[in-house]
Design a protein around this ligand. Structure first.
Ligand code: ZN
Length: 180
């Protein structure tokens, strides 16, 4: 399912044994921990599911995630959608991979949003870690998450358009674009 995703949004209940699987990016900290790209406060701890929390006002009003709110752990439905999201990335150590979502899962035109999340597979984006950690250090350090860890070139991870932009920003030392 990708372009053919129905317009209607919906909520599923998924067990950890039968999760929704999506794709996403993580920021890699110098301590070799995964952090959310968009909400940098969220660190993904090894061996512990990330639990979504709604940051909006009036939290008592709904379960997380919910239709009509942006809360929940986000994932893209496929690689094409992931590459579209890559246009929001800023230079720095980057990991790409598959993620399992379970509990309440919202499916809408933006992708998936889950109540619980844990990585399924991780690939360190080769060109992005230079100057912070070595590729081997990154791969070894991520082993603590207990999932398959590999490496991937920037072009495959983000697509050609974002690869060009990120390479340019990294080389020029330009400050990242404002967060949306
Ligand atoms: Zn919410």
């Amino acid at each position: 399912m990708s372009a053919g995703e129905p317009a209607g949004s919906r909520i599923e209940r998924r067990s950890p044994d039968d999760p929704r699987r999506g794709w996403r990016y993580w920021r890699l900290t110098p301590e070799i921990r995964l952090q959310s790209v968009s909400q940098r406060g969220f660190t993904w701890e090894p061996a512990r599911p990330l639990v979504a929390r709604c940051a909006g006002a009036g939290v008592a009003g709904h379960d997380t995630p919910d239709l009509g709110c942006a809360c929940g752990v986000h994932a893209s439905v496929d690689v094409a959608a992931l590459h579209a999201d890559a246009l929001c990335l800023v230079p720095g150590p980057l990991v790409v991979g598959e993620v399992d979502l379970w509990g309440r899962v919202v499916i809408d035109e933006h992708g998936f949003r889950g109540e619980y999340a844990y990585p399924r597979r991780l690939d360190v984006v080769e060109e992005t870690v230079a100057g912070v950690v070595s590729l081997d250090e990154a791969v070894d350090g991520l082993a603590g998450y207990g999932v398959a860890v590999g490496t991937t070139p920037l072009m495959d991870a983000v697509g050609p358009a974002s690869a060009t932009i990120l390479s340019f920003l990294a080389m020029s030392g330009a400050s990242p674009p404002p967060e949306r």
